[in-house]
Design a protein around this ligand. Structure first.
Ligand SMILES: NC(=O)c1ccc[n+]([C@@H]2O[C@H](COP(=O)([O-])OP(=O)(O)OC[C@H]3O[C@@H](n4cnc5c(N)ncnc54)[C@H](O)[C@@H]3O)[C@@H](O)[C@H]2O)c1
Length: 242
């Protein structure tokens, strides 16, 4: 995989998928700026990844807060000048059917999983335009493809992330910026049996990270507006026989 002296910024980097993606980028010599709301966890990720490459930096950012995103963005541009690869990964999936979900909870879930993607892509997209290069990778979910029963707000947020991906891919194409999404299925720390998938098991953060790495690399130059399912076949037809 080719990376021509690139810098990546990953949100939610203290979590399962974000940390795995950061480790892959680190192994490929990409300079890393990692953000999370949980600084204790993030600090230990930064310490661990610095054993692979010294160029790993952590910043505190709450992606559900506009001011925090703006402050983080300004700090990053001041310290590092540019970001070539943006991975909008931070997210959470509180359970709740449409009738159970309060209006406040609805707004909170949409804000964290969707508005953050819009606003960070807008801030960094503007900067990528100046560089005439960029890779934006948004974390979707099978919830946004087929819907997850009892995860109403989350499913709606992730479906909208996929539409935002397509619209921004069209808009930023003239500036040599690609925008794609990845829709993981059930991802756990270890592979474990999972009946709903054709591969018969859950996936791991590393398996999602491989797709993020590819979309973030120079090699994915002719792919934009696409969604890559990393779901063991969960969104294929019903798993009725094997
Ligand atoms: N794990 C799965 O099965 C799965 C499936 C489909 C999609 N996804 C998506 O992949 C992404 C990463 O999931 P994961 O499994 O690594 O989750 P995770 O819970 O392990 O990590 C999420 C990280 O985001 C951080 N975070 C939460 N709220 C934040 C905020 N307001 N500001 C900044 N950081 C915040 C958390 O502290 C955590 O470190 C999410 O967008 C999730 O919706 C995950």
């Amino acid at each position: 995989m080719t990376f021509n002296n690139r810098t990546a910024f990953i949100t939610g980097a203290a979590g399962r998928i974000g940390k795995a993606a950061a480790a892959e980028f680190a192994r490929h010599g990409v300079k890393l700026i990692l953000a999370d709301i949980d600084m204790e966890k993030l600090d230990s990720v930064v310490t661990e990844l610095r054993k692979i490459t010294p160029e790993v930096y952590g910043i505190s950012m709450d992606v559900s807060n506009q001011k925090s995103m703006e402050e983080g963005f300004n700090e990053i541009i001041k310290r590092f000048g540019k970001v070539d690869i943006l991975v909008n990964n931070a997210g959470a999936w509180p359970k709740g059917s449409s009738l159970e979900t309060s209006f406040e909870e609805w707004q909170k879930v949409i804000n964290l999983n969707l508005h953050s993607v819009f606003y960070l892509s807008k801030l960094f997209g503007e900067k990528m335009k100046e560089e005439h290069y960029g890779r934006i990778i948004n974390l979707g979910s099978i919830a946004g493809v087929v819907g997850l029963h009892n995860f109403c707000a989350y499913s709606v947020a992730k479906a909208r992330v996929m539409m935002l991906t397509k619209i921004m891919a069209m808009e930023l194409s003239k500036d040599n910026i690609t925008v794609n999404s990845i829709s993981p299925g059930m991802i756990a720390d270890k592979k474990k049996p999972c009946n709903g998938t054709w591969l018969g098991r859950s996936g791991t953060g590393d398996e999602v990270a491989n797709a993020i790495l590819f979309l973030g690399s120079d090699d994915s130059s002719y792919i934009t507006g696409a969604d890559i399912p990393v779901d063991g076949g969960r969104t294929l037809g019903p798993h009725t026989e094997k």
